[in-house]
Ligand binder design. Structure first.
Ligand SMILES: Cc1cc2nc3c(=O)[nH]c(=O)nc-3n(C[C@H](O)[C@H](O)[C@H](O)COP(=O)(O)OP(=O)(O)OC[C@H]3O[C@@H](n4cnc5c(N)ncnc54)[C@H](O)[C@@H]3O)c2cc1C
Ligand code: SF4
Length: 495
């Protein structure tokens, strides 16, 4: 059998019999719901306790270093093993207000679970993500509020622009430090990509919306439908608030600049994914034969969701080799399981149309030549998102941007060249993961506290860090480290 990692030479004859057609939904409501069900199953109470009891509760646990929000992982797992689910949820949410969504969407294989010492014993790592989901679901489903705003207020006001993971992470931390926080959000609902962009089979929007409610419970006001730079100016924010945090993420998808790109069945992958989150699943139009362009996680997500929504053939075309894809290996495996075909070292040079509709794409080898036509009735582009240079300049004309199109900032405090303006998340790091955005929002909250109160924020004591040099600062919050980098780091520090 041909490996999916091979560059596939397309057998056009195999699916030439499928007639090109205008797009319409392909599944009924029940099938669509079933196919888009969560791929990660929740744990039952007994399963969670048994799994929790496998944890070695390491001193100086590497999983804490590998979590960009520095959750005290052994401590919350111990609490689950002891039947203290509420305490476990408190430990998680104190460190990461988006603990429920991170439990579902974090690439745990390269973060906390990848760092688990059980790998060294050739044992299965602890299922940290699912345990985290178990504890946070426990309190969410019962409406138990584990975090409370402090009674002592600072009397200072902070504006947060954007209610994605970075904005919510920053706002929750500031609220717990006693600040009055107002979030300005352009979209109709809060949550950013967590609500509109994460693959539907990983997480459903209500989880993200419930997290925004948690933030509101801390006293944060969220004003949706307000675009900063249009409805409110940067000047007004600077005048009315003591500090401003900007977490506006990235812009819309990049253009390819090829003929036929404006045809109705050529969509930005983000637009397709957003429709899945906004409209009933059985009303989302999908092609029978879908071509996805790109080699990152968004391309994989779009391909898998198109396949799950009934596309008979999904082909992912990437201009470089398999090993150069930025998508995670385990995400690619998921696509392969869903029947997605991969074409490497090929570029789309044009879209073929008939009567104003897509009927194919013209493919060429990346090295040039050997042009072929691949039939399809839908094209999804996942070739990166625009940077926010123009938007940032419109809001804060003097803000310093990097050559990469990201906002220049101190990575530890989120501080920019404008004294009271701080940034974090995708607009500052160029696009990483939900957990990085939350961690950066949280660090910026500490930076804002340092700026406004002139002192370092006192973090909750992490019991698993007692005795560890630097205590909470020894966690992944301050210096997140990928699991594969831990060994290198250990060699450096231990000679
Ligand atoms: C398709 C896709 C799938 C992904 N899947 C995963 C995954 O499985 N796991 C994972 O960990 N990460 C995933 N990510 C990455 C993750 O979603 C982002 O890293 C994260 O959402 C970044 O958070 P943020 O707050 O910086 O930005 P965003 O989530 O983009 O939030 C920015 C918010 O700011 C608002 N905004 C923008 N401009 C303005 C303005 N002028 N005024 C007011 N509000 C404004 C936007 O409406 C938005 O709500 C995925 C990303 C994409 C695109
Ligand atoms: S990396 Fe994600 S799943 Fe792992 S401990 Fe941190 S927030 Fe939880």
């Amino acid at each position: 059998m041909r490996s999916w990692t091979d560059t596939i030479l397309i057998d056009f004859g195999a699916y030439r019999d499928i007639p090109p057609m205008n797009l319409k939904p392909l599944l009924d409501a029940e099938s669509a719901r079933a196919r888009m069900a969560d791929i990660q199953l929740p744990m039952k109470a007994m399963e969670a306790r048994v799994e929790g009891n496998r944890c070695l509760y390491c001193f100086d646990a590497p999983c804490i270093n590998a979590c960009p929000t520095g959750i005290d992982v052994p401590s919350f797992i111990r609490k689950i093993a002891d039947g203290n689910e509420v305490g476990a949820a408190r430990t998680i949410l104190q460190a990461n207000i988006l603990g429920a969504s991170c439990a579902r969407v974090c690439p745990t294989k390269v973060l906390c679970e990848g760092a688990c010492v059980l790998h060294d014993r050739d044992e299965k790592p602890i299922e940290i993500g699912r345990l985290q989901r178990f504890a946070t679901d426990f309190v969410n489903e019962r409406g138990i509020r584990v975090l409370r705003p402090p009674s002592v207020k600072s009397g200072k006001r902070v504006a947060v622009v954007g209610s994605g993971p970075a904005g919510l992470g920053c706002a929750a931390e500031l609220a717990q430090l006693g600040y009055q926080v107002t979030i300005f959000e352009r979209a109709a609902q809060p949550g950013g990509l967590n609500t509109y962009g994460i693959a539907y089979y990983k997480m459903k929007p209500p989880i993200s919306l419930a997290e925004a409610e948690l933030v509101k419970d801390l006293g944060v006001e969220i004003r949706c439908g307000v675009e900063v730079g249009r409805d409110v100016t940067g000047e007004e924010l600077q005048r009315d608030f003591d500090a401003v945090f900007v977490g506006i993420g990235l812009g819309s998808g990049n253009w390819l600049g090829i003929p036929g790109e404006n045809l109705p069945e050529v969509l930005d992958a983000l637009v397709f994914i957003e429709a899945i989150h906004r409209d009933p699943l059985h009303e989302v139009p999908v092609g029978h034969q879908v071509v996805v362009i790109g080699g990152g996680n968004t391309a994989i997500d779009a391909a898998v969701q198109a396949a799950k929504l009934g596309a008979r053939r999904v082909t992912l075309v990437y201009r470089r080799s398999k090993s150069e894809m930025s998508a995670y290996e385990f995400e690619c495996d998921k696509a392969k399981d869903e029947g997605v075909h991969f074409v490497f070292n090929a570029v789309i040079v044009g879209i073929v149309e008939a009567n104003g509709h897509v009927v194919g794409v013209r493919l060429a080898q990346s090295s040039g030549g050997n042009e072929q036509t691949l039939e399809c009735d839908m094209v999804l582009k996942a070739v990166g998102q625009e940077k926010q240079v123009e938007v940032m300049r419109r809001i804060f004309p003097t803000v310093k941007m990097s050559e990469r199109g990201t906002v220049d900032r101190d990575p530890l405090s989120g501080a920019t060249n404008i004294a009271h303006v701080f940034v974090g998340g995708d607009c500052a790091n160029g696009g990483r993961e939900v957990v990085n955005a939350v961690g950066e929002g949280k660090k910026a909250a500490h930076g804002i506290h340092q700026f406004l109160a002139g002192k370092t924020a006192e973090l909750a004591i992490q019991s698993s860090r007692l005795g560890v040099a630097g205590a909470a600062t020894g966690s992944g919050l301050h210096r997140p480290i990928r699991s594969h980098e831990l060994e290198e780091e250990w060699k450096k520090t231990h000679g």
